[in-house]
Design a protein around this ligand. Structure first.
Ligand SMILES: Nc1nc2c(ncn2[C@@H]2O[C@H](COP(=O)(O)OP(=O)(O)OP(=O)(O)O)[C@@H](O)[C@H]2O)c(=O)[nH]1
Length: 633
């Protein structure tokens, strides 16, 4: 401990909790204090009671909600309650102070977000109780508050100097002027408050982790990474909108070191920021609501988009049972890239995850637990999706037998586990080419399918146009003959009768001559519409000549056809049709014929109806005739 810190402690100038928090702190130092006694003291402070209950519920989502202070105290334990009471007490007492350049509100806003991030990370990475991590985050920078409290004027000068020379770390500015720094001071204070060294040791190094020297797989190292990530998230939330996209990307890169895959980052951050906003309201600390993290993160510029297009982002799965090498590989993969990386810590998880997220590339350790790399490869290659994946097996030693077994199992490549960033990029390039080819092929296939679909539509339109009379929309002569051919075949097969009628508008030439061709066209359209809507549903009305219509009547004998024809004739003659400026009544003559054993083909049938039509015209028009046997009509 430096003399300055010693001096500060003696002079009593450092922030200290008061009231209930102080009582709890002192009570918990005694050997025989019970949780019931602590709960009793907590209850005397309604604000503290509410905050403890809220926190207890935030981390115990599986069990039933906590509703009483006693329960919250039992669930959190004496040490945690003591530290939470301390943190909240400091927050309430030091909302403002004499240090002009110190942003007290901003300090608590940052600390609160660190606390909530630590708590949320604690739910994923179980290095300590989530409530303890909350306190650890809340007090992580309490040394700054202490310096602002003890040396208000000097610390203002320190902050101004840091503002003018931001490249130099704050601790250096602090040391230059005050011969101590917030890190050192904070750790001493927390030690005095009984916060275990397990929490305070990483605090000494998290702002400069390169010199920490903790073993990579140690809890202290995890805690250090968590503190760093929490600090970065608080920096991100409090930064201006211009700086946020870059900070967001840095955060995602660093989060990979704690197995938080980039696509999980958004949901994680949004959730933490939502609770920050909520707690901010509760504690009356600024905590602005931010847009969804994905929106900030994807604020790419055009140059980046162009780059991404030339090197498409990949879905990459890193399957490695060793947490350290897995995180290292993940960190290398997300560095300067927009790849999405999925971690798996054993072969079974890797297989299930691969089938779910369909990665483009799999980097799998040969010695994966449960299902080794070779077995994973074989299992994947047995599936359609798995055959498209680019699989690189990784091993520690160069072993010829393993190498040949890896290729036999279907691996695309082989790499040492100690792969450098450059080596990794080289291997990804091959996968990227395959993905680009697959994407180009997929694009071509989609385009071809589109063209084929458009052609089919165009062909159908053409076919329809070729079979449709443009003026009336009715099937034209060609279509009529096709339909009649089909009806003829059906009648041959079924032995059912088949009849046709030929309908010709009377004195149509006069309409044309009197009112003009356009008026004639209008009359034809009206007549066609009248015939189409009045004919029986199973009959087909077609226009086979100028003012001549053919009606095909399947499964209809002569009597029924004559009856139906007469109905159509009556319909036409009852209509008043607008012709130019005036209206006109039209009539039509109809010839009917039924297929008989002696009828040779469809031409003979239509010709028989034509002859009957001629008879109708001869008989005075506006009538229906058949020549096949005498008929009362
Ligand atoms: N407006 C118009 N007229 C057409 C069309 N097709 C044919 N015509 C005319 O229809 C008339 C047919 O007349 P005709 O077959 O001589 O006999 P009609 O005047 O109908 O007298 P009948 O059939 O003997 O009652 C001709 O003047 C053709 O020019 C068309 O698409 N539009």
């Amino acid at each position: 401990m430096t003399p300055q810190v010693e001096q500060l402690k003696i002079s009593g100038q450092l922030p200290t909790p008061r009231g209930v928090a102080l009582a709890i702190l002192e009570l918990s130092r005694r050997d025989n204090t019970t949780l019931g006694e602590i709960a009793h003291v907590v209850q005397t402070d309604p604000a503290l009671s509410g905050r403890l209950i809220k926190l207890a519920n935030a981390v115990s989502c599986i069990t039933r909600p906590v509703v009483s202070v006693q329960e919250a105290v039992v669930r959190q334990g004496m040490a945690t309650v003591r530290h939470l009471a301390l943190g909240f007490s400091l927050l309430d007492q030091y909302r403002k102070g004499a240090c002009d350049a110190f942003d007290y509100q901003g300090y608590w806003s940052h600390s609160l977000l660190m606390a909530l991030t630590m708590q949320a990370l604690g739910q994923r990475i179980r290095v300590a109780a989530a409530d303890e991590l909350f306190v650890c985050g809340l007090l992580a920078q309490v040394g700054q508050l202490a310096l602002a409290t003890a040396y208000p004027d000097d610390y203002s000068a320190v902050l101004k100097a840091h503002h003018d020379a931001p490249d130099q770390p704050l601790v250096l500015h602090e040391r230059n002027r005050l011969e101590t720094d917030h890190g050192e001071l904070g750790i001493v204070m927390m030690g005095d408050w009984g916060i275990p060294r397990f929490f305070t040791d990483p605090l000494a190094h998290y702002e400069d982790p390169a010199h920490a020297g903790f073993p990579h797989d140690s809890r202290a190292n995890s805690l250090l990474l968590m503190l760093r990530l929490s600090h970065r998230l608080a920096d991100f939330a409090l930064a201006g909108t211009a700086a946020q996209p870059d900070l967001a990307r840095q955060w995602v890169e660093q989060a990979a070191a704690l197995d938080i895959a980039p696509e999980q980052a958004g949901a994680f951050i949004d959730e933490v920021l939502a609770s920050w906003h909520e707690w901010g309201g509760l504690l009356k600390i600024p905590a602005a609501a931010l847009p969804p993290f994905a929106e900030i993160y994807h604020g790419h510029n055009d140059a980046e988009d162009a780059e991404a297009e030339s090197e498409p982002p990949l879905r990459i799965m890193v399957a490695d049972g060793n947490a350290f090498t897995r995180r290292k590989t993940m960190a290398l993969l997300v560095e300067d890239s927009s790849h999405t990386v999925y971690p798996a810590d054993n072969g079974n998880t890797a297989l299930a995850l691969a089938m779910e997220v369909l990665p483009h590339v799999i980097l799998a350790r040969y010695d994966l637990p449960l299902l080794d790399g070779q077995e994973l490869c074989q299992a994947l290659r047995a599936t359609d999706e798995g055959r498209r994946m680019h699989i690189v097996l990784m091993t520690d030693e160069h072993n010829e037998d393993q190498l040949s077994r890896a290729y036999e199992a279907g691996a695309d490549g082989y790499a040492p586990t100690t792969l450098s960033a450059k080596g990794l990029r080289t291997r990804l390039r091959a996968a990227q080419r395959t993905v680009q080819l697959q994407a180009a092929w997929e694009k071509d296939r989609t385009q071809l399918r589109q063209i084929a679909a458009e052609l089919a539509v165009a062909n159908r339109r053409l076919a329809n146009a070729a079979l449709t009379d443009l003026l009336t929309g009715l099937p034209n002569r060609r279509s009529a003959m096709d339909q009649l051919e089909q009806a003829w075949s059906a009648a041959t097969r079924s032995g059912l009768p088949l009849s046709v009628m030929v309908i010709d508008i009377d004195h149509f030439k006069t309409i044309n001559d009197t009112y003009g061709h356009a008026a004639g066209d209008a009359v034809l359209r009206e007549a066609a519409e009248a015939l189409r809507t009045s004919a029986r549903r199973e009959d087909s009305v077609c226009r086979i000549g100028g003012e001549e219509f053919l009606v095909i009547c399947p499964n209809t004998d002569l009597d029924a056809a004559m009856y139906s024809a007469e109905r159509l004739r009556a319909t036409l003659s009852s209509r008043t049709i607008a012709v130019g400026e005036t209206t006109k009544k039209i009539t039509a003559s109809i010839g009917v014929a039924m297929r008989e054993p002696g009828t040779a083909d469809i031409d003979a049938l239509v010709s028989a109806a034509d002859k009957a039509l001629y008879a109708a015209k001869q008989g005075g028009r506006n009538r229906t005739r058949t020549l096949q046997r005498s008929h009362p009509l």
